[in-house]
Design a protein around this ligand. Structure first.
Ligand SMILES: Nc1ncnc2c1ncn2[C@@H]1O[C@H](COP(=O)(O)OP(=O)(O)OP(=O)(O)O)[C@@H](O)[C@H]1O
Ligand SMILES: [Mg+2]
Length: 269
């Protein structure tokens, strides 16, 4: 038996008459990126809440880092962090103050140093002393993810990490997630974007009508369809290609996970 970082067996969950999860099974190997794909209302957030001990399942079992989410919730909480679907940053505080607060809550030494290091890593150093209320959506997301890295959790849950971000900010988040997995963190992310799963995930599971209806690598999932037909078509750039070419995305730069500067992320609020 391999030790999975996350193991889910027969999980069921209803909200009154609404039977959302109807027997969900999957495993995530340590240090890999696993994408849970599903339409609106499929139950992705419900599954993440169960795994992060915020919600109890009605049936089945789940373990994170070998700890049962129902009976060993304290140990589970010590092994994970959760970046929810809606940013959890405190608007009134500055970026740095948010980070320092989390580091203090986690009883870490040198909270200021930890905060400065993360601000630099996420290209937020200049914005660090400003109130989060004035941050763009992309900056908030980066701060949100930075907060979830404090204390080096083994497993990170990212619930729709790029929803509402512009293409450039999305690429930045993708780089961050890839780097997390490179240093050994297990990442479970939910998304509605097929290209996001395709770009990031080692394995992809599709949640539909309460069950996992497909689970595999991208190559494995592609084999579920009939072999590709060869067609000759003129390749037109996608709107995303055009957008990125015009705004000059810096996200392709080598090792720097967040290469472009903060101010280039448009403020849509
Ligand atoms: N606390 C709740 N009480 C009642 N119904 C709920 C509750 N939370 C979620 N639901 C319902 O359960 C279903 C699954 O919700 P969930 O948020 O898990 O879906 P999701 O896949 O995360 O969707 P989205 O892509 O919109 O975030 C939805 O129909 C939702 O309306
Ligand atoms: Mg959701």
């Amino acid at each position: 038996m391999t030790t999975a970082a996350i193991r889910v067996e027969g999980i069921e969950k209803s909200y009154k008459d609404l039977h959302v999860l109807r027997g969900v099974d999957f495993e995530v190997s340590p240090g890999s990126i696993f994408a849970l794909l599903g339409s609106n209302g499929a139950g992705k957030t419900t599954m993440v809440k169960i795994l992060s001990t915020l919600l109890k399942a009605d049936a089945g079992s789940a373990a994170v880092e070998g700890f049962d989410v129902a009976t060993e919730s304290l140990q589970v909480r010590q092994s994970i962090s959760l970046t929810g679907q809606f940013a959890a940053v405190d608007e009134v505080l500055s970026g740095k103050e948010n980070l320092v607060l989390v580091a203090k809550l986690r009883h870490l030494k040198n909270p200021g140093q930890i905060a400065d290091h993360l601000l630099a890593q996420f290209s937020l150093t200049e914005a660090g002393s400003r109130k989060v209320a004035g941050y763009s959506g992309g900056m908030r997301r980066r701060l949100d993810i930075a907060m979830s890295l404090i204390g080096n959790p083994e497993v990170i849950f990212l619930d729709e990490p790029t929803t509402g971000l512009d293409p450039e900010a999305r690429l930045e988040v993708w780089h961050i997630v890839k780097n997390l997995a490179k240093r050994g963190t297990t990442v479970l992310l939910t998304t509605q974007y097929l290209d996001e799963a395709e770009q990031l995930a080692d394995r992809i599971a599709i949640l539909h009508e309460g069950r996992i209806i497909a689970n595999g690598t991208l190559a494995e999932l592609k084999q579920l369809l009939p072999p590709a037909k060869i067609e000759y078509v003129e390749k037109q750039p996608s709107l995303e290609d055009i957008f990125l070419a015009l705004v000059g995305s810096g996200a392709q730069a080598g090792n720097n996970p967040v290469a472009s500067n903060n101010e280039s992320v448009k403020d849509r609020s």
